[in-house]
Design a protein around this ligand. Structure first.
Ligand code: SF4
Length: 402
């Protein structure tokens, strides 16, 4: 039973505390300013992106009406490419599949993944006696702070360089100055050998093309290609909503995603379609050349299939996780990821209700949104969060017409 009044009071207290935190204030004001400058620059240099975003919205809407079918096509393609595909109906089934592949006592390098957050992947693997390092810089900072991501693309967005320097100096047991270049260099040095010693690399995916079974991972740091390329086993965990029918659709979706994530072009777009292989000796195809010998792709349902059939809320599944809406949200810009539960901001409330957490967790969040519509304006998919927020409130109070 939802005690909305109590939950709202608790959330209000958390949000007010966050809004008065000078670190959040400083880091967010820097981040919002630079996001807006960068995204405007990227869109004015490649203006076709705006039109392309409408095209991608149509591609993804079509895909949503066909998710089970697309999964079957993708699974077939992945198996043909000598990978293994799985469909997990919920988080615990996904964790069970991962555990069976990983076992215990392993060294794991992980690429940032919201699906990983959704199902509690790091904690699960650590509890089973594995050592796991988050390789994304922001996620690594949050791992050291024993905290969760505060933005879907920039997990440590609320931590200014001065705080990072204190954290790293304590962890690396040497003085790290509050200079971003020095902080990045310290992590680079620490992480480098981990990639080559690791037994397993784990990543999410931005997009999966069903016709070829190709997995797209967009990144800038280079941790994605090292963590998915160096260890002998690569596990991908990806939400079913990331499926699009063709490789061509996937390229279009990738371009729109990175542009609204503020990049003219990212440093790396990894496209992985199977384990590494060679046919250089007598044209005999042999798997496990320089890269992974095994590729496992776990597709996660966890409410997505049912949401894709829900006319009122299915639009939430169009989200590309570009993060643009969060920078425009007047509540998020004061409180960072304290406005959310795993998935953040207004769009996060809908995801919380139907995918990650449930209606009780979503209840107080549904009343934080101001329904100002700034997120929708920025959103490449034009997701109508204000409309869905109202519908969610109606659902919570038993007044929803559908
Ligand atoms: S709701 Fe829109 S703007 Fe926000 S992360 Fe998703 S695609 Fe990007």
């Amino acid at each position: 039973m939802v005690d909305l009044e109590k939950d709202l009071a608790a959330l209000a207290e958390t949000l007010v505390k966050a809004a008065n935190n000078p670190n959040i204030n400083l880091a967010l004001s820097r981040a919002v300013k630079s996001y807006r400058e960068n995204v405007n620059k990227a869109l004015s240099r490649f203006p076709h992106t705006v039109e392309r975003a409408y095209e991608v919205r149509e591609i993804k809407l079509q895909a949503l009406s066909n998710l089970q079918d697309l999964y079957e096509k993708a699974a077939k393609s992945i198996e043909e490419n000598h990978g293994k595909a799985y469909l997990a109906k919920d988080g615990s089934e996904a964790l069970k599949i991962v555990s069976e592949i990983v076992g215990t006592g392993k060294l794991i390098v992980k690429v940032k993944s919201m699906v990983g957050e959704e199902i509690g992947l790091r904690e699960h693997l650590e509890e089973r006696g594995n050592t796991l390092w988050e390789t994304d810089l922001g996620e690594f900072i949050q791992q050291l702070r024993n905290d969760r991501p505060m933005h879907i693309l920039s997990p440590a967005i609320h931590i200014p360089r001065e705080e990072v320097a204190k954290l790293f100096s304590a962890f690396f047991e040497k003085e790290i100055p509050p200079e971003i270049a020095a902080e990045v260099a310290a992590v680079r040095e620490f992480m480098r050998e981990k990639y080559f010693k690791a037994d397993i690399g784990i990543s999410g995916a931005n997009i999966v093309a069903a016709d070829t079974g190709s997995i797209f991972i967009i990144e800038n740091e280079g941790n994605g290609r090292l963590a998915t390329g160096a260890p002998p086993v690569h596990i991908v965990i990806v939400g079913l909503e990331k499926l699009v029918p063709t490789l061509d659709d996937a390229f279009k979706t990738a371009e729109v995603t990175w542009r609204y994530a503020q990049y003219t072009v990212p440093s790396y777009v990894n496209i992985i379609s199977g384990p590494s292989k060679t046919g250089d000796i007598e044209k005999v195809t042999t798997y496990g050349a320089h890269g992974p010998k095994e590729l496992h792709v776990i597709f996660l349902d966890n409410g997505r299939l049912s949401l894709s059939q829900n006319e009122t809320f299915k639009e939430a599944l169009l989200c590309l996780r570009c993060g643009g809406c969060l920078y425009e949200c007047p509540v998020f810009s004061l409180t960072a990821g304290y406005y959310g539960y795993k998935y953040l901001g207004g769009i996060g409330s809908i995801w919380t209700a139907f995918v990650a957490g449930g209606i009780e967790k979503a209840a107080p969040l549904a009343y934080v949104c101001l329904r100002c519509g700034r997120c929708q304006e920025r959103c490449p998919m034009k997701i109508d969060v204000p409309r869905m927020t109202l519908a969610l409130r109606q659902l919570l109070t038993g007044n929803h017409p559908g």
